[in-house]
Write a protein that binds this ligand. Structure first.
Ligand SMILES: Cc1cc2nc3c(=O)[nH]c(=O)nc-3n(C[C@H](O)[C@H](O)[C@H](O)COP(=O)(O)OP(=O)(O)OC[C@H]3O[C@@H](n4cnc5c(N)ncnc54)[C@H](O)[C@@H]3O)c2cc1C
Length: 407
C-alpha cells in the first residue's frame, strides 16, 4: 500500500472515530452517569474496542485509534476501568475472533460494562508452561458437556461470573488437537473455588475444582478440538496486556516513578554514584520499553497481537523486578521491615501492585516473570518465532495425548 493510500485510510478512520465520540459526548455526560451506564453507551457507539466489528462494540477500524477514544473520554471525565475487569482484555478478543454472533451478542456488552467479570481457567497442577498437556476432561452428553478436573492459579476466580475454560475433549488425539474451549458460568453446580495465598499475604488467585459440571454446547467457543487455536488468541492478548502494550502510559509513570521518588527521598549516605547510575540505567530502560510498546501498537493493523507481545512481556517482567529491587535497596535497613502479610482477598488485580507501596510491589512483581507465561517460555517464543532460531525438541507433539508419559 502506498503512503498516500495509508494516510487517506487513517484520515477516514480517525474521522469516523471522532464523529462517534462527538455524538456520544453530545448526548451523554460521563460525569453524571454511572460507570456501568456510560460504558454501555460507549459500547453501543462502537467505541468499546474500535477494531471490533460494527454492532459488537467496534467500528471496524485499526486498533491504534483506541487511544484517541481513551484520551477524549478521560478529558470528558469518564471513570477509569474497574481493575477487577482485567480479563476482559483476554476474553473479548477471544470471543470476537472465535465465538459465533450469538455469543458475541451475549457476552461482549456486559463484559465491557463490568456487569460480568471473567477469569482464566487454563493452568493445571500438571500443565503450566506446557499448557497444551492439560487433563481437565470434557465429554459430550446430548447437547451438554460434562467437565471434570482441576484448574490452579486462577486470578480473581472468586469474583468472576464467567471463566475461560480449556479442556481435553479427545485424549486420543495429539495434545494440541484434542482441546476444546468454553465459556463457563462460574455459578454452575460442581464449580468450587478455593483461595491460594501469595507471598504478599493476598489470596489474589485460587484453585478451581470442577466436578460433573454441565456446560451447554452453546457456550463452546470455537469448534470442537480447536481449543488450542482459541487459547493462543487469549495468551497473545494476555502477554501484550501484561507487557504494557495495551495502552500508552505517560513518560516516567508506573514502577519507575516509584524509583525516582525513592531516589529523591533516600538518605544522603545511600545516594552513592553506583546507585545514581543504576537509577539512570533503569529509567532509560523503562523509557525505551515504553516507546517500543507505543511503536509496536501503532504498527498493528490487525486485531490480535503476534509473538512480539512476548518480547514486551519478557522485558517488562525483568525490568519491574529490577526496578523494585532498586527501590528496596534505596530504603537501606528500612527495606527489611514493615512488610504486611495479612491475609486479604483483593477486589481488583494489579500486576505491579505499586499503589500499595514499594514493599508490597517488590513482592508482587516476583510473579511477573511467571504469570502469563514464564520468562524462559517468552525467550523460547522470541527465539523461535521472532528470530527464527531452531525449535526445542518436542517429542510428544505428534503422539496421542493419552500415550504421553506423565507423573
Ligand atoms: C500471579 C499469578 C497469576 C496467575 N494467574 C493465572 C490465571 O489467572 N489463570 C491461569 O490459568 N493461570 C494463571 N497463572 C499460572 C501461570 O500461567 C503458570 O504459573 C505459568 O504458566 C508457569 O507454569 P507452572 O507454574 O506450572 O510452572 P512450570 O511450567 O512447571 O515451570 C517450572 C519452571 O520450569 C521452566 N520451564 C518449563 N518449561 C520450560 C521450557 N520448555 N524451556 C525452559 N524452561 C522451562 C519454567 O520457566 C519455570 O521456571 C498465574 C500465575 C501467577 C504466578
Amino acid at each position: 500500500m502506498s503512503t498516500t493510500e495509508t494516510d487517506t485510510e487513517t484520515d477516514t478512520e480517525v474521522a469516523a472515530v471522532e464523529a462517534a465520540l462527538d455524538t456520544l459526548l453530545a448526548e451523554h455526560d460521563p460525569t453524571t452517569l454511572s460507570r456501568e451506564e456510560f460504558r454501555g453507551l460507549q459500547y453501543d457507539a462502537g467505541l468499546a474496542w474500535v477494531h471490533f466489528p460494527v454492532g459488537f462494540g467496534g467500528l471496524g477500524v485499526r486498533p491504534n485509534h483506541q487511544k484517541l477514544v481513551e484520551r477524549r473520554l478521560r478529558q470528558a471525565g469518564a471513570q477509569s476501568l474497574d481493575p477487577s475487569t482485567f480479563f476482559m482484555a483476554l476474553a473479548a478478543p477471544t470471543i470476537v475472533t472465535h465465538g459465533d454472533d450469538e455469543q458475541k451478542q451475549r457476552f461482549l456488552r456486559p463484559m465491557f460494562t463490568g456487569e460480568e467479570r471473567w477469569c482464566q481457567l487454563f493452568s493445571e497442577p500438571g500443565a503450566g508452561s506446557d499448557f497444551a498437556g492439560l487433563a481437565c476432561k470434557a465429554e459430550l452428553d446430548g447437547d451438554e458437556w460434562v467437565v471434570n478436573g482441576q484448574k490452579v492459579w486462577n486470578t480473581i476466580a472468586h469474583l468472576a461470573d464467567w471463566g475461560m475454560l480449556v479442556t481435553r475433549s479427545n485424549p486420543d488425539l495429539p495434545k494440541h488437537k484434542g482441546m476444546t474451549y468454553f465459556a463457563l458460568d462460574m455459578k454452575s453446580e460442581g464449580v468450587e473455588v478455593r483461595p491460594l495465598r501469595q507471598i504478599t499475604g493476598e489470596a489474589e488467585f485460587n484453585e478451581v475444582y470442577l466436578t460433573d459440571v454441565r456446560i451447554p454446547d452453546a457456550d463452546r467457543i470455537g469448534d470442537v478440538g480447536e481449543g488450542w487455536r482459541a487459547s493462543l488468541t487469549t495468551l497473545m492478548n494476555e502477554r501484550t496486556t501484561i507487557g504494557g502494550g495495551g495502552g500508552t502510559p505517560k513518560r516516567g509513570s508506573g514502577p519507575i516513578s516509584a524509583l525516582v521518588d525513592g531516589w529523591t527521598d533516600a538518605a544522603d549516605h545511600l545516594k552513592t554514584a553506583e546507585r545514581r547510575d543504576r537509577v539512570m540505567d533503569l529509567w532509560v530502560e523503562a523509557e525505551a520499553l515504553r516507546l517500543t510498546n507505543i511503536r509496536a501498537s501503532q504498527n498493528r493493523r490487525a486485531g490480535n497481537p503476534g509473538p512480539e507481545g512476548s518480547v514486551a512481556k519478557l522485558a517488562s517482567a525483568e525490568l519491574n523486578k529490577a526496578i523494585l529491587e532498586a527501590c528496596i535497596d534505596l530504603l537501606g535497613p528500612d527495606g527489611l521491615v514493615d512488610f504486611d502479610f495479612t491475609f486479604r482477598r483483593p477486589e481488583g488485580l494489579s500486576t505491579e501492585g505499586i499503589e500499595n507501596g514499594v514493599r508490597h510491589a517488590f513482592l508482587r512483581v516476583r510473579a511477573n516473570s511467571i504469570e502469563g507465561g514464564t520468562s524462559e517460555i517468552m525467550r523460547n517464543i522470541l527465539g523461535e518465532q521472532v528470530l527464527g532460531l531452531p525449535g526445542e525438541p518436542r517429542v510428544d507433539k505428534e503422539i496421542p495425548w493419552v500415550d504421553v508419559p506423565r507423573s
